[in-house]
Design a protein around this ligand. Structure first.
Ligand code: NAP
Length: 464
């Protein structure tokens, strides 16, 4: 390798590492998110170029073939999957990333074996961690994809002695791992270790309900990152260690944030069988009286308001109502109404779900407010307009100790002068529970699909 090539790959690695750090920083705000994606892509490109230069005698044809296959699978997936399926897409991409890490570990193991110096010691520690987390993440992510896509039953699948069996398998895998680290083992041990890791991934997801998959996916993101960092140790590649560690920690922090926002513990997410529809509560709820209103009523209330706070939720995403909402915002703003958007950290079905959809419709970023910032403003708002949100505005979270969402921080929509809720029926949301907000004196239910209903309001407002 010439000095120039040596210098180039080292610089490429440093810049790539910097790009990864900046990407994560910028991705944390909608204002800078695009820049973050670009920095991440640039970092990845530099990392690939740097690695090709560093390793020198690589077989470029094989790499090109792999790139073509990767692009042929990845590009259509990204284009064909709708926005509401991003959690599934993320699960699949984790499965691919983890598979790559696990296969590299496996290849390293067999390469050393074929060269007559079986891997043991520190390098084997890295390969054991990489393979365990990598293979486990592959099957767990595929299962998570299946549950979200409803190919696999979404209900938690539990059976007697489940935790004991899982623990037993984990202990057997750990024993095999330690054995491989200490001394060269018989040929069957590594494949048995891989099989146990793959099986463990499936068993880990079985007892978790489909609704908890987004949180689990954030956790799997963390596992895939840790597998990549371990791969960095096995290959003595610092860039992989940095990128993997960042991925592992950011995935972990994200899952902690999501658990906190839902007031759930990790244990509860992993073993809690949450998200099962409590149909009895829902059925009894529908018999209580509610006040409903028409698009004309809604338009006249909005037109006479000074301040409106919009609360988007999962239903807005399902209905793809964000563009109509933008039209409504423009019309109201022209009439001198101040319109703000209140974003709950777990509104929708994935972190940042609402921010992404509203940004797609060009709603200005300075109109979107985090829960803690906007909550004190609700008592001053003339109207809280709830669009397809349910659990994130359920006051039961504040006082009903028996509610599954008790303790979850909510948006204080009930404190506004008038509350208007757009949804199709009295059906519950994700947590499967009734919402007392709908029965308040100041609440008007606007029954209909979010996109059509907002469209009707826009039409009415346009007439005035
Ligand atoms: P939600 O509680 O699931 O309620 C969504 C509401 O939207 C439903 O009540 C539904 O009522 C309505 N809806 C559905 N399609 C609609 C349409 N086409 N038009 C109008 N309304 C429609 O949603 P949320 O308030 O956003 O709360 C999110 C929930 O997901 C929380 O419980 C959170 O803990 C959970 N969660 C979130 C994440 C995350 O990362 N964001 C991850 C895991 C779990 P109708 O059927 O009557 O229309």
């Amino acid at each position: 390798m010439t000095d120039v090539t040596q210098a180039f790959w080292q610089v490429a690695y440093i810049v790539a590492a910097l790009c990864v750090v900046l990407a994560i920083k910028w991705l944390s705000s909608p204002v800078t998110a695009r820049r973050g994606v670009f920095a991440g892509e640039l970092g990845m490109l530099l990392a690939i170029i740097g690695t090709l230069l560093r390793t020198g005698a690589v077989n470029i044809e094989w790499i090109l073939i792999a790139m073509v296959i990767g692009t042929a699978v990845g590009a259509p997936l990204a284009y064909l999957m709708p926005m509401t399926s991003v959690p599934q897409l993320t699960a699949l991409s984790h499965a691919f990333g983890a598979l790559a890490a696990a296969l590299v570990g496996t290849a390293e193991y067999y390469k050393d074996f074929a060269e007559g110096h079986p891997t043991v010691g520190f390098k084997m520690v890295a390969i054991v961690i990489e393979s365990l987390l990598g293979y486990l993440t592959v099957t767990a992510s595929v299962m998570a994809f299946g549950k979200l896509q409803e190919i696999v039953p979404t209900r938690p699948m539990t059976y007697k002695g489940q935790n004991i069996i899982n623990l037993f398998l984990f202990v057997v895998a750990a024993v095999l791992g330690v054995w491989m680290i200490i001394t060269p083992t018989p040929l069957w041990v590594f494949p048995a270790f891989i099989t146990l890791s793959l099986l463990f991934g499936v068993l880990l997801i079985l007892p978790i309900g489909g609704g908890d998959m987004p949180t689990v996916i954030a956790l799997l993101n963390s596992y895939a990152g840790a597998a990549c960092a371990a791969m960095g140790f096995a290959l003595e590649n610092r860039l992989l260690i940095i990128a993997g560690a960042l991925n592992a920690s950011s995935g972990f922090i994200l899952s902690v944030i999501m658990c906190k926002a839902m007031n759930r513990s990790f244990m509860n997410v992993l073993f809690g069988a949450f998200g099962q529809a409590v149909t009895s509560t829902a059925a009894s709820a529908s018999s209580k009286p509610v006040k409903s209103a028409t698009p004309e009523d809604a338009a006249s209330i909005l037109a006479s308001a000074r301040r409106v706070i919009v609360i988007p939720g999962y239903g807005m995403a399902v209905a793809q109502a964000q563009h109509k909402l933008r039209e409504l915002t423009d019309l109201l703003t022209k009439k001198g109404v101040q319109v703000d958007f209140a974003i709950h950290p777990v509104a929708g079905r994935m972190p940042g779900h609402m921010n992404v959809l509203l940004a797609e419709a060009d709603i200005p970023y300075d109109r979107m407010h985090e829960m803690e910032d906007i909550n004190p403003d609700f008592p001053e708002a003339d109207v809280a307009l709830v669009i397809g949100a349910n659990d994130v505005v359920n006051p039961a979270a504040r006082h009903d100790k028996n509610s599954p969402i008790y303790g979850m921080p909510i948006l204080d929509a009930d404190k506004a002068q008038t509350v208007m809720v757009i949804k199709r029926s009295m059906n519950p949301g994700f947590a499967g529970i009734d919402n007392e907000l709908y029965y308040m004196d100041r609440t008007l239910m606007l029954f209909g699909d979010a996109k059509s209903f907002v469209g009707e309001i826009v039409k009415e407002l346009g007439k005035t």
